[in-house]
Structures are given as C-alpha cells and as structure tokens.
Design a binder for this molecule. Structure first.
Ligand code: NAP
Length: 254
C-alpha cells in the first residue's frame, strides 16, 4: 500500500532527533508518510527514536551519529544518508542544540564558543552541505526548517551565548532563503518558546513558574506543538513561504 500523508514520498533529515523537539518532529513527520533520517550526537538516542516510529511496509527509517558542529562529520552524514536511502532528503529540520547558561559577566569563552559552534555553525554546516547536495541532484522542491528560539528575538538573562546563536540562526535562515529561493529550496525558522523537553527539565521549578506566568496561554509548550509548526513549513502547504521566522510560544513576547 502506498504511503499516505502530506509528506508521502519524501525523505526528511532531522538533527537533534534523539530527544525533545527533534524526536517529536520525527514522529509527526513519519505519521505524515516521510522516511526519516534521524541524526543525533548519540547514535543510541537516534536509534531509540526510530524504533518508536510508526512503521509502514514501504518506508524505512535510519539512525545516524553525527556532530553537526564538525564539517567532516556533516559531509559524511549527507553521503551516508544519500547512500542508505538512495536519494537525497528534500526536507530537513535542524533541531540539534545545546545550552551553557550563566550570566554574561561570568561566561567563559569556551562556553560561548561551544554554544555558537553547535547552534549556529552546526545549522550553517547542515544547510550548506544539504543544499549543495540537493542542487547537485537537480531537485527543485525542498524545504529546510531551522530551529531558532524566542530568546534569539528578545534576548534572555543568562543566555548571552544561546540568544546570540539563535539570533544568528534567524539571520542565516533569511539569507539562505534569499540565496536559495530560485533554486527551489525554501528555508524558514521556527522560534519555540518555553517547551517541555530534557533541555528545560533542568530549569529550577521556581524559574519555570515565573516564566509560565509571563506566557499569555499560561503553560509551557509541548514538543509536538513545535513539531506541527515544522510540519507546515516542511510540507508543500507552505509552498509560498520562505525566510519567515515563525514564533510558537503560546504568545510569549509576541
Ligand atoms: P534536547 O532535548 O536537549 O534535544 C537536543 C538534541 O540535540 C539532544 O539529543 C542533543 O544531544 C543533540 N545534540 C547536541 N549537540 C549535538 C551535536 N553537536 N550534533 C548533533 N546533535 C546534537 O533539546 P530540545 O529542547 O529538544 O531542543 C531542540 C531545539 O529547540 C534546540 O535547537 C533548542 O535550542 C531549541 N529550543 C528549545 C526550547 C525549549 O524550551 N526546549 C526553546 C526554544 C528553542 P545531547 O542530549 O547528548 O546533548
């Protein structure tokens, strides 16, 4: 039976697929008929994600270990994905990300660089390597979604490195959108607000309560709610949208 769903026939590469938002994106995209290339710095985490995906007879999902902040690792990844699926992914979501929070006056150069390397440079490397492969393959309908953050728009205390990296992701996305539009590749950003994932599990309850009070909808987001916004931007339902920064925040700092 042929796959059904708005991503039927598409292959989607998702980074940060072993946890939180990336994991939810794999699940929502697989529900919509995509074959999933789940990428994480931990192969075991990526494998666990694909083990839990809905199975369909004609579709296989694969797990990959890659460090998005290292160009050699990203280039190998694109080749490996192309080999195992025998096609190039025409959808990608860059969800790999880290935090190293502390006040700017105390922040080490190492913590600044690490966050920029994974969140911003990693997103750049995947956008560049995948776009090159898509263009070489002659594909003219592709969509890349970069996960930024509302902190990239507003700044956030204790997150000088993270906010700067996520603001950079918005600038990167808008530039890539301009450069790639006539090559058939749309590039958009999603700015999640405060979302329930392992990344925010470590935030003290008192801070969570304070932030939640600022959210007009009065609650944190669920990873699946971010994933549904990514689905719209990844699919042809958003065929005339490129270079946008879509906020999914329950109204926080709208
Ligand atoms: P998460 O649960 O920590 O998931 C991120 C995943 O990326 C983890 O599996 C992580 O592995 C992996 N990763 C880290 N460094 C990597 C690297 N160099 N190469 C490949 N994979 C790597 O976090 P999340 O909350 O789902 O966040 C997903 C994205 O949403 C991030 O870009 C984050 O900045 C963004 N975001 C999250 C929130 C929120 O409230 N949760 C809000 C706004 C934006 P390890 O666990 O081993 O590090």
């Amino acid at each position: 039976m042929a796959a059904t769903g708005i991503l039927a026939g598409r292959t989607a590469l998702i980074t940060g697929a072993g946890s939180g938002i990336g994991k939810a994106i794999c699940s929502v995209f697989a529900r919509e008929g995509a074959a999933i290339a789940a990428v994480d710095i931990s192969k075991d985490a990526a494998l666990q994600t694909i083990d839990n995906l809905p199975t369909r007879p004609s579709i296989s999902h694969h797990a990959y270990c890659a460090d998005v902040s290292v160009s050699g690792s990203v280039n190998d990844l694109i080749l490996n994905v192309q080999t195992s699926f025998n096609t190039i992914p025409t959808i990608a979501v860059n969800s790999a990300g880290i935090t190293r929070d502390t006040a700017m006056l105390k922040m080490s150069e190492e913590d600044f660089d690490k966050v920029m390397d994974v969140n911003l440079k990693g997103t750049f490397l995947v956008n560049q390597a995948l776009s090159r492969a898509i263009i070489s393959a002659g594909v003219t309908n592709a969509s890349i979604v970069n996960i930024s953050s509302i902190s990239g728009k507003t700044g956030n205390r204790g997150q000088a490195n993270y906010s700067a990296s996520k603001a950079g992701v918005i600038g990167l996305t808008k530039t890539a959108a301009m450069e790639l539009a006539r090559k058939g590749i749309r590039v958009n950003a999603v700015l999640p607000g405060f979302t329930e994932t392992p990344m925010t599990d470590v935030v003290p309850d008192k801070i969570k309560q304070m932030v939640t009070m600022l959210i007009p909808m009065g609650r944190m987001g669920k990873p699946e709610e971010i994933a549904e916004a990514c689905l719209f931007l990844a699919s042809d339902r958003s065929s005339y949208i490129t270079g946008c920064a879509l906020e999914v925040t329950g109204g926080l700092f709208a």
